[in-house]
Design a binder for this molecule. Sequence first.
Ligand SMILES: [Zn+2]
Length: 85
Amino acid sequence: MHKSNCRVCGYELASPPWGDDGDSPSWDICPCCGTEFGYEDCTLVSTKRKRDQWIAEGCKWFEPKKRPLDWDCERQCENIPEAFR
Ligand SMILES: [Zn+2]
């Protein structure tokens, strides 16, 4: 479940940020929170730190053009993989 969602912000990605085996980071950047998969989200502690920082800065989009008009930060955060909450 939620294998294709960003571990930091819950954004649904086109492909799993950590690969099909969950152990092969893509090193892509999340268009929502700007996390580099394999870097800020490599441990639970670093993932939470990045999320806290992102929320504290107002949940800004890394690629603002991709932000849906009716985007809801809290609703998206419900899709964060359970192991990384
Ligand atoms: Zn993200």
